[in-house]
Design a protein around this ligand. Structure first.
Ligand code: SF4
Length: 211
């Protein structure tokens, strides 16, 4: 149930309610896929501000798979600190760089199953890389997307991978790429994980979670 809103109107309303002009165009397509992949691995369990600083530091020192694959895990870990699980990510990024060189001629694959075969890369990261680096429609389901779409009653799912499949049926393909950006902003400013601001929410009249 979405009141009388179409999926597009729902996304537009969500975007406008947190001060954005509307649904953004696909954001980062054209960006170096290696940079997107490294940044996305770093972002897991890490705040946005830390991700930004750490990703820039790692990529300034180790800007390609050749350099990353020969860096020591200790060097990578020291560049990655204070990102969450920096020791584990150091191991993963070094292995990823090696696999890219051995199996993909030093490039990031644009195939979902090949992406998900890389260490530390799950469905969320693969979808983000496909959509943001290659412009291939995919829904990146993070905690915000999973929480908000279930609160709103758009879907009724228990896991992010179930949510991805259900949301693909709800939203038309042309909205898959910008969806994550809109939901994340809405989740950070309106539909907060704890204490969502329902009284000022444009969906409070029909949202299944609102008081
Ligand atoms: S009404 Fe509340 S729970 Fe529902 S989407 Fe808005 S902020 Fe989130």
């Amino acid at each position: 149930m979405t009141g009388n809103l179409t999926p597009r109107k729902l996304l537009e309303t969500m975007s406008q309610s947190v001060g954005e002009a509307g649904i953004p165009s696909p954001l980062v397509t054209g960006t170096d896929p290696f940079n997107v992949l490294v940044g996305t691995v770093i972002s897991l369990r890490t705040r946005d501000a830390v991700t930004e600083v750490v990703t820039e530091r790692v990529l300034s020192s180790l800007p390609n798979p050749d350099k990353m694959s020969v860096a020591s895990e200790a060097e990578l870990a020291s560049l990655l600190r204070p990102a969450g699980f920096f020791n584990r990510k150091a191991v993963q990024l070094k292995k990823i760089a090696g696999i890219l060189l051995d199996k993909h001629k030093g490039s990031v694959p644009s195939d979902r199953s090949e992406l998900e075969a890389l260490p530390g890369v799950g469905g969320k990261t693969a979808a983000y890389v496909l959509s943001m680096a290659f412009g291939i429609p995919a829904i990146c389901v993070d905690v915000h997307v999973h929480r908000i779409s279930n609160r709103l009653g758009l879907i009724h799912t228990g896991t992010p991978s179930e949510s991805e499949e259900a949301l693909k049926l709800f939203f038309p393909k042309e909205l898959w790429i910008p969806l994550n950006h809109v939901f994340v902003r809405f989740g950070q400013r309106q539909c907060l994980p704890l204490g969502p601001l329902c009284s000022s929410c444009p969906f409070k009249g029909w949202c299944s979670y609102a008081d």
